[in-house]
Design a protein around this ligand. Structure first.
Ligand SMILES: *Cc1c(COP(=O)(O)O)cnc(C)c1O
Ligand code: SF4
Length: 355
């Protein structure tokens, strides 16, 4: 009988699973000293080891291309550090703050924007630091929403999560608790009724935002895990990262967004790839991203449309980066582009129709 499959954390595990070649071992050892590795059984099972371009492998299996660090890439690509008033809190926008309880994740994404900060060996937020973080939130009446992120907050035990959620819920001005996670796809069996119950609290709204990038990640088990949240009255949103060779073609992106909506998950953000170190092989151009968004708008239900956003390096926050459907002609008249790409004058009487 086989033992229960384990998360692959070492190059020897990956090699034994046929996911990395011996020929690249030395270079991959270098990658492994810099960036954490974890491929859960649920994700390993999805990888077709005979496909050198497998979109699941591209997300989780270390690649020697990660050693190629570009001058434009930054250790803290979205400028978290500039907005960290106390350890564990990132307060960039007035009405919402991040609370990072742990630096551990179920899987380690090769494109992670916090890859320099996260990993299994990073210290979790101590009891004293958590107290200080909650004091900060309690002292800032403008914080309406707290976003639990990390790391992945859902690697914590239901007991620990329940305690943090209860303490947040006790702060009167905090009305919304949002959880950013990959656990429902990476490790669906962690989403137990106890875990779901731990996130719910009377009088406050909890939202769960699932990070997934390829439709194959939404396996039957992952869909069941998501249904446990939604059936319990926790609305779900999605975030995806636009990744070259993973989801940067119209068909895959469409299938991903449809899969979310089928699971009652409203697509929220499509992130342009951040300037994380050693990730240039996974980034696309913004123009390519805009073209994909146009293709999506032209083909797919409005429910399936995320916002395409860029986190501006330096800590300036996220901004939508198009595409833009409104332009002006030489006479200064507004033109609106329709889903087929045709342009229309607005208001219509401003431009007489050609007969
Ligand atoms: C992304 C992010 C948020 C959440 O932004 P939304 O646009 O509300 O999803 C909040 N704070 C920080 C620091 C962030 O990076
Ligand atoms: S789950 Fe999120 S924080 Fe963790 S490695 Fe992936 S992108 Fe980074």
């Amino acid at each position: 009988m086989n033992a229960a499959p384990k998360t692959l954390r070492h190059l020897s595990d990956l090699q034994a699973a046929g996911l990395t070649p011996q020929a690249k071992r030395a270079a991959l050892e270098q990658v492994a000293t810099q960036y954490a590795i974890a491929v859960t059984p649920a994700m390993a099972e999805l990888i077709d080891a005979t496909d050198p371009d497998d979109p699941i492998a591209r997300q989780f299996v270390p690649d020697t291309a990660e050693l190629n660090r570009q001058p434009a890439e930054l250790a803290d690509p979205i400028g978290d550090h500039a907005h960290t008033p106390v350890e564990g809190v990132v307060h960039r926008y007035p009405d919402r703050a991040l609370l990072k309880l742990t630096h551990v994740c179920a899987v380690y994404c090769r494109f992670c924007f916090r890859r320099e900060m996260i990993g299994p060996d990073a210290e979790p937020l101590s009891r004293e630091k958590l107290d200080a973080a909650l004091d900060y939130i309690a002292a800032h009446g403008e914080i309406w929403e707290v976003i639990l992120t990390g790391g992945d907050p859902l690697v914590l035990s239901p007991r620990r999560l329940k305690s943090v959620v209860a303490r947040l819920a006790a702060i009167p001005h905090v009305k919304v608790i949002r959880v950013h996670t990959r656990v429902p796809t990476a490790d669906p069996l962690r989403v137990t009724p106890e875990l779901v119950a731990a996130l719910k609290t009377a009088g406050k709204a909890t939202y769960v935002v699932l990070h997934a990038n390829h439709p194959r990640e939404l396996t039957p088990a992952a869909r069941e895990a998501c249904a446990r949240f939604v059936d319990a009255g926790i609305p779900m949103l999605s975030q995806s990262v636009l990744l070259a060779g993973v989801n940067d073609d119209p068909k895959t992106l469409e299938a991903l967004m449809r899969a979310f909506v089928e699971c009652r998950i409203k697509p929220y953000y499509l992130h342009h790839g951040d300037l994380a170190p050693g990730t240039s092989h996974l980034r696309t151009s913004i123009e390519h991203g805009q073209n994909l968004m146009r293709a999506l708008r032209g083909r797919v239900s409005g429910l399936c449309q995320p916002s395409y956003v860029l986190d501006i390096p330096g800590g300036h926050g996220k901004s939508p980066i198009g595409p833009n459907y409104m332009s002006y002609d030489d006479a200064g008249r507004a033109r609106i582009e329709d889903f087929n790409g045709a342009r229309h004058c607005y208001p219509p009487e401003a431009c007489p129709q050609p007969r």
